[in-house]
Write a protein that binds this ligand. Structure first.
Ligand code: ATP
Ligand code: MG
Length: 453
């Protein structure tokens, strides 16, 4: 934990001494800018995600980026990679131990308890979208600030909830044109896992000499985590390891069977993965992850689009009442990068009208006309900073404007506006007070022509 030990704000006044004043200040390692050229993908995913949540009756929640460090130590688990080495934790000048949130579920459970949501009709259905922070080694598809979209359904133990969550996460990708493979497993209750854990230790112990120091520690402290390992040596060992399904009690088995039956019913394809355990401590019963179907690499635990599962004990662990719950989180950067590789393009904003101006008086009038057009809901564009009519016409052409309005000195004096039909190359002069109405008429005529074709 604790990658940042300094008191927050203590060094804010000074630049780090190695940086000369004239040197540009770079990005912090693992951080990235999301530039305008990428925004269309973000918006596409956001729109799909929020529409899906609306359809399934989930409500948006936003929790703070900064939480009490204890929330994650208790919630995510002391011995997880996230808490052991990936958290941005620090002490504030007021002496509070806080962390940038590494995941969303713990914060939502805290909010559920804090706001007494237990007294609302259950399940409480929530979704979120925002930045998360993990101090991991940056590489492709792995950043230190990344975005997640996630859903949490709290207060219901029925297996249908688990299935709906798998369905929603799979549907999001499908509706974006991404074929994903769902891998699913059950890790049972804490009791099932305790027995299974012993079996795992017995299996891996004789193989210890081939393990890294980190993995030896995992074997000691949290042997299930070995199944999550991305190390090929461990993955090879795992192939023959005992499987949790043989340790599940009847209720857990039954729950899992029902999840699978529901998935069959709604046609979500899935693969059973006996070694899928997920990297967080709070899961019980169902766990699942979504991988790129077309990418072999993703088979080895690399670059999942997202994952989730049931966490029946978490709310209680955080001081609330016993509240069965389940959820999932999707990594937005990885979905964006897939959409990019698929050459997905969004519809460009259509420009109906370009407002061109000449001279100071013309510019003033043009500003007002632009505002009238905007209020009338007409897609318009301009380049008011330009004074040459030629470059404004070029801009209008580039944007594919259907009509250009031209307001010069003369038009201001006459109270008129020139409407240029960009396709036909014809111009007409109209009363300046009626220009919006004229454009609306033309748009309507155009729609009628289109409709009759
Ligand atoms: P991984 O196995 O890839 O490390 P994880 O199990 O740590 O993933 P989760 O906690 O399940 O990840 O988070 C859900 C999703 O968030 C991941 O499937 C992934 O798409 C995304 N994600 C997690 N960590 C990062 C990161 N450092 N950078 C970008 N996306 C991430
Ligand atoms: Mg991880």
């Amino acid at each position: 934990m604790a990658t940042v030990k300094k008191t927050a704000g203590a060094s804010a006044k000074k630049d780090s001494p190695s940086k000369k004043a004239s040197q540009p200040i770079g990005l912090v390692r693992g951080m990235r800018d999301i530039l305008p050229s990428e925004q269309m993908y973000w918006r596409m995913i956001y729109d799909k995600a929020s529409a899906l949540c609306d359809a399934y009756g989930l409500e948006r929640i936003e929790t703070p980026v900064l939480e009490d460090t204890a929330l994650f130590v208790r919630g995510v688990g002391k011995q997880t990679d996230i808490v052991e080495k990936e958290m941005y934790s620090f002490q504030t000048s007021g002496g509070d131990n806080v962390s940038l949130r590494p995941e969303g579920t713990a914060g939502i459970c805290r909010a559920y308890i804090h706001h007494g949501m237990v007294s609302l009709p259950q399940p409480v259905k929530l979704w979120y979208w925002g930045p998360f922070f993990r101090h991991e080694r940056p590489q492709s598809g792995r950043y230190r600030q990344f975005y997640q979209f996630g859903c949490e359904l709290l207060g219901e133990e029925d297996a249908v909830i688990d299935a709906q969550l798998v369905l929603m996460s799979w549907l999001l990708l499908k509706e974006l044109g991404i074929e994903a493979t769902v891998k699913i497993n059950s890790i049972g209750t804490a009791e099932c896992r305790a027995n299974y854990r012993n079996a795992l230790v017995a299996y891996f112990r004789p193989k210890r000499s081939r393990m890294s120091e980190d993995d030896k520690k995992r074997l000691l402290k949290n042997p299930l985590r070995l199944l999550d390992s991305k190390d090929p040596v461990i993955q090879e060992m795992t192939a023959e390891a005992p499987q949790i399904v043989d340790w599940l009690d009847e209720a857990s088995k039954n729950h899992f069977m029902r999840v699978l039956e529901y998935l069959d019913e709604v046609g979500v394809p899935y693969q059973l993965d006996p070694f899928l355990v997920r990297g967080l401590d709070y899961y019980t019963n169902t766990v699942f992850e979504l991988f790129d179907s077309s990418n072999e690499d993703s088979e080895h635990g690399q670059n999942a689009y997202g994952g989730g599962g049931r966490y029946d004990g978490l709310v209680e662990l955080l001081g609330g009442q016993h509240t069965p719950a389940a959820g999932f989180a999707m990594g937005i950067e990885r979905i964006v990068s897939k959409l990019k590789s698929m050459n997905v393009t969004a519809d460009k904003k259509r420009v109906d009208v370009f407002v061109a101006q000449l001279g100071e008086q013309g510019r003033k009038r043009a500003l007002a006309i632009f505002e009238e057009l905007r209020l009338a809901g007409i897609n318009s564009s301009e380049s008011f900073a330009k004074s040459s009519i030629k470059s404004q016409m070029e801009a209008a052409n580039r944007l594919g404007a259907r009509w250009t309005l031209i307001v010069g000195q003369k038009e201001v004096l006459d109270g008129t506006v020139i409407i240029r039909d960009m396709e036909a190359g014809t111009q007409e002069i109209v009363d300046g007070r009626k220009v919006v109405h004229e454009i609306q008429k033309k748009m309507q005529q155009q729609d009628e022509v289109k409709g009759s074709n």
